[in-house]
Design a protein. Structure first.
Length: 573
């Protein structure tokens, strides 16, 4: 070995120590290469030790305050596995595609294949309110304060990535002893976080339950992380979150007063759940600052509409889920959450983002109505979905309810066979009492409208009726409803057969006999001698006889239609 070869490691170590000193002396961590990155294992180890010694030399009260803050970070959230979501979020910010979890009796291992650890990350992990991402407008992970929620499980956190091996806890920063990692769990270039556990603190079943509750939809708005997998000791899959994405047709929308291109894709989970995901980037709200975060010239927003399957609940995301919503609304933006990341902060920035989300959501719902209208109704909020609260998420729910009434209802256009695209004002619908009793042609004729709301545009659960009723009550666009009284004029139609006048679909609240159209009403029925009377229509009655029933024709005294059906045996109540 030459003299130069013997000197180089020492010089590298000195440069590593100098980088640690320079980093510790900075106020905050600006974006970019703040200090030269240590080169080689010895230099990295020396830099980590130097950071630890700088913490140890802090004045007593300052050191005490930092440690107390870190120790209480676990109390920020009532979710003791909140730290797992923070790791996934940080992995997303580092362009990882895969996150893996291994739960053992004495340790929890979490690994990802994102960008490697750098010296500023070491310092950020040890100082809860320090972040290396404050100047990265697009990032949502928080490093220090986020990962310190793992204090719920253990006072220590160890990290291994390349030559970096360090421990955060007591003392503040130190070089960690090597810990074994199965080859099938993580590669040499992966970042592995280890949480030492006392026996009984955490079991693999609890992690499975947490992942199941988080759901595949937690990954809806991630751009790089494609899977989160919980493995067993043999490398088998215990639980896996993943989505398959299929790129869809883009469309144009007006968001924030600007015309933007919207990218779409369909996301599918293994349980059959599907979503239409719509994304765009718009100019950031002007003149508004974020909470401890840089505002970039543009900001990304996205919404997802449920297309079917068991996972159709609503959540608000800041990259990953933050808060549940009552409507089937999934929306993501660069929202500022509160410290626990379990709710949004009530700030001007978040309120401004709500308006942008509202614009994109309106455009996405209208797009879905053109593509697959029957599945679009589930995404439209109703008054019963609203919460009596004043937080930003409740405000967004109310905003979208208003947008649905004023924007979606008037902008909704449906393709009707033989007619082309029609708005709601050109359409008619039949009252529930008339389903199966009158034809589509008769409904449109009585309503004097171009066509009937197509059957293919109605959801099986009947939510469409509630949505249309809400729009009608709140100055939205709506189709004309043909009710029982409107339909009675069809009794004057001599071309209508007696069978058409008396047919009726089975109903649980009526006997399984055919009831004349003139007596179809929501009220109760009574029996007066030999005459069955509907109290809502006492002047229009049908008198059962042994040979059939005679039905008076509305507006035509003395003329009746005799239909040859068995005498009804309905009992009054």
């Amino acid at each position: 070995m030459s003299t130069g070869d013997a000197v180089r490691p020492t010089a590298a170590v000195e440069r590593g120590i100098a980088s640690a000193d320079a980093l510790f002396s900075l106020e905050g961590i600006p974006e970019g290469a703040v200090v030269p990155e240590p080169e080689g294992e010895a230099a990295i180890e020396a830099a980590v030790e130097r950071l630890g010694s700088r913490f140890a030399r802090l004045d007593g009260q300052v050191r005490h305050a930092l440690r107390r803050t870190r120790d209480h970070a676990g109390n920020l959230s009532n979710d003791r596995l909140q730290g797992l979501s923070e790791i996934v979020q940080n992995a997303e910010d580092l362009d990882a595609t895969d996150v893996r979890i291994l739960t053992r009796e004495r340790e929890l291992l979490v690994a990802h294949n994102g960008s490697p650890v750098r010296l500023p990350d070491v310092l950020a992990l040890a100082m809860p309110w320090l972040t290396s991402k404050s100047e990265q407008a697009e990032s949502t992970g928080r490093v220090g304060i986020g990962l310190m929620t793992l204090q719920f499980l253990s006072p220590h956190l160890e990290v291994r990535c390349g030559h970096y091996r360090f421990r955060v806890g007591d003392p503040d920063i130190s070089v960690a002893e090597p810990f074994p990692v199965p080859d099938w769990f993580a590669g040499d270039a992966w970042t592995v976080l280890r949480v030492p556990l006392e026996p009984g603190v955490l079991g693999a079943d609890e992690v499975d339950v947490w992942l199941a509750e988080w759901g595949d939809s937690a990954l809806l708005f991630l751009g790089s992380v494609g899977s989160v997998t919980h493995l067993d000791e043999q490398g088998g899959v215990r639980h896996r979150l993943a989505l398959v994405r299929e790129v869809g047709e883009p469309f144009e929308a007006v968001v924030g007063g600007q015309s933007v291109d919207v990218e779409t894709c369909e996301a599918r989970a293994d349980d059959g759940s599907r979503w239409l995901v719509c994304r765009t980037t718009v100019p950031s709200p002007s003149g508004i600052t974020r909470s401890h975060k840089t505002v970039g010239p543009t900001t990304a927003i996205a919404v997802a509409l449920p297309l079917g399957g068991p996972d159709d609940g609503g959540r608000i995301y800041a990259g990953l889920p933050v808060e549940h919503t009552a409507p089937a609304l999934c929306a993501s933006a660069q929202f500022d959450p509160i410290a626990s990341r379990q709710a949004l902060d009530d700030t001007p920035w978040n309120r401004a983002l709500n308006e942008l989300v509202g614009d994109l959501w309106t455009a996405a719902v209208l797009w879905q109505f053109r593509r697959d209208p029957a599945r679009a109704w589930r995404a439209v909020p109703l008054p019963d979905d609203m919460r009596d609260a004043r937080d930003p998420v409740a405000a967004l729910e109310r905003l979208l309810l208003g947008r649905a009434r004023a924007g979606v209802s008037h902008g909704l256009v449906l393709d009707v066979a033989g007619q082309g695209p029609l708005g709601l004002g050109d359409l008619a619908v039949e009252d529930e009492m008339l389903v199966g009793v009158v034809s589509e042609e008769e409904v449109s004729r009585v309503a004097e409208r171009t066509a009937v709301l197509p059957g293919l545009a109605r959801d099986e659960d009947g939510r469409w009726r509630g949505v249309l009723a809400d729009w009608e009550d709140h100055d939205g666009a709506f189709p004309v409803t043909v009710d029982l009284y409107d339909a009675l004029r069809l009794l004057d139609d001599e071309t209508r057969s007696p069978q058409a006048n008396i047919r009726s679909p089975p109903r649980r609240d009526l006997p399984q006999t055919s009831i004349p159209l003139c007596c179809r009403a929501a009220g109760s029925w009574t029996t007066q001698g030999a005459v069955t009377v509907c109290p809502d229509l006492r002047n229009l009655w049908c008198s059962p006889t042994s040979r059939g029933a005679s039905v008076p024709v509305s507006g035509s005294p003395g003329r009746s239609i005799r239909h040859s059906l068995p005498t009804p045996t309905r009992r009054g109540r």
